[in-house]
Ligand binder design. Structure first.
Ligand code: PHE
Length: 437
């Protein structure tokens, strides 16, 4: 459940629809599904197995499993850097979500009615300002820190078990509302009638990056979680269950978003603000109950963001403690402080630092690309080559079969084939073609 909490987050509800909108709707979804099941789920199993077998955090895990090939630890280093970047960005987005709880409860969002332009302008004013996004970034970070320092992760897990199904139910309600809006059919067509022409090389790379980001693989987080998986848990089933849940939620989210996008006359390629600009329209079209649904939705989204942030921090903290012997509390404070500081610059790049560009990108866009389309595929490639070609076969068989107590005559050959050939080749082709295009 903790791994589901890590996987299901802003990636499913904020990121998936906006990337999907940018790269052609249905065509993107087909590429995404292929990556999720042929690469993402395989990587998740690989990371779980590497973590549980080695009982280490990313860098030492690779080294411990192949002591004579210590260089593989570099893959773990890329993972840790990626987790750090993601957490910095994630805090900013979670801050937006927290801010939208406030704006829902205070009635500021409902006051905008169903005027799509006013709602979009509200979003850009909010995110490009200096004070309020930083305030909400701070509130969210402090909340995470309190949860971790008070040792109530278990409590959060229990709350999530209750709240996450509620989030799914609410998304289903939104789907119904969205599909019954005027002119919603165009949005459903957008998802169901694939526009392959929009799926460029970069789009395919984005689908891959999104699949990895959404499943929280390709950054070592699942290696850390794998090291916590009890010895008698079935890794294959666990990974498949997480993959299916995560994917269904992303698909449902897009079914809630796109019909409404077309109904409000917005642009499906509207960028990172898509969810924040579309959903208030849907809530406001619900009349008096809109404020309630809007507040509830953003609270649930914040909880989803919380469990993902905690997993990222867990990976960073566990890694740092293992290498330096520092206490967990000190490490957690250190990483929250560092990522929040970077988060401040990411947030300001939506407004006052908008003209500050690195390689032609604002800090926000650069981080967004680094955390999805460049670093995770690289780390994933290293992980899967290590898993398929370097790690001793016996270790894999032992972990997959729980030392012989589960039959693996189908799962092992399948996993081995995907991990040795399909996944690395797919990753290589997509990485190279994406970078060239
Ligand atoms: N999977 C999370 C999401 O979809 C994001 C995340 C990425 C969390 C990597 C942990 C590690 O929002």
């Amino acid at each position: 459940m903790a791994a589901v909490g890590s996987a299901v987050g802003l990636g499913n509800i904020w990121r998936f629809p906006y990337i999907c909108g940018k790269y052609g709707g249905g065509a993107f979804i087909i590429a995404y599904l292929a990556f999720v099941f042929l690469l993402g789920s395989v990587l998740m199993m690989a990371e779980f197995i590497i973590g549980r077998r080695s009982q280490h955090t990313p860098v030492l895990a690779f080294r411990a499993l192949c002591p004579d090939k210590k260089g593989w630890g570099l893959v773990g280093v890329i993972g840790i850097i990626t987790s750090f970047i993601i957490l910095s960005h994630y805090l900013v987005l979670s801050g937006w979500t927290t801010g939208y709880i406030w704006h829902s409860v205070s009635g500021a969002l409902s006051a905008l009615g169903t005027d799509a332009d006013a709602i979009t302008a509200f979003f850009s004013q909010f995110t490009s300002a200096v004070g309020s996004p930083l305030l909400f970034l701070g509130i969210f970070s402090v909340l995470c820190l309190i949860i971790i320092l008070c040792g109530v992760q278990k409590g959060i897990e229990n709350i999530s078990k209750l709240l996450m199904p509620l989030l799914v139910i609410l998304i289903l309600v939104l789907c119904v509302r969205s599909i019954t809006l005027p002119n919603a059919k165009a949005g459903v067509d957008y998802i169901l009638a694939p526009a392959f022409s929009k799926l460029t090389g970069e789009g395919i790379l984005a689908a891959l990056g999104q699949a990895l980001f959404s499943l929280s693989v390709g950054m070592g987080v699942m290696i850390v979680y794998g090291s916590y998986i009890p010895a008698n848990d079935n890794i294959f089933k666990t990974a498949m269950w997480i993959t299916v849940c995560d994917t269904l939620i992303a698909l449902l989210a897009s079914l809630a978003i796109f019909p409404a996008v077309f109904s409000c006359g917005l642009d499906p390629a509207g960028g990172p603000g898509l969810v924040f600009c579309v959903l208030p329209n849907v809530f406001n079209s619900m009349g008096g109950t809109g404020v309630f649904f809007s507040s509830l939705f953003f609270i649930l989204l914040m909880v989803a963001a919380l469990t993902s942030s905690i997993s990222l921090l867990e990976a960073l903290t566990a890694w740092f403690c293992e290498h330096t012997g520092a206490s967990r509390k000190m490490s957690a404070i250190l990483f929250f402080a560092l990522t929040s500081i970077i988060g401040v610059f990411i947030s300001l790049s939506m407004g006052v630092l908008n003209d500050f560009k690195i390689l032609g990108y604002t800090i926000f866009d650069l981080v967004d690309r680094l955390e999805s389309i460049y670093l995770p595929p690289l780390c994933a490639l290293g992980t899967i080559i290590f898993f398929g070609w370097v790690m001793p076969e016996k270790d894999i068989k032992d972990e997959l079969s729980n030392h012989g107590s589960i039959a693996i005559n189908v799962t092992y050959p399948l996993l081995r084939f995907l991990a040795r050939y399909i996944a690395p080749l797919g990753l290589l082709i997509v990485l190279i073609s994406g970078i060239l295009s």
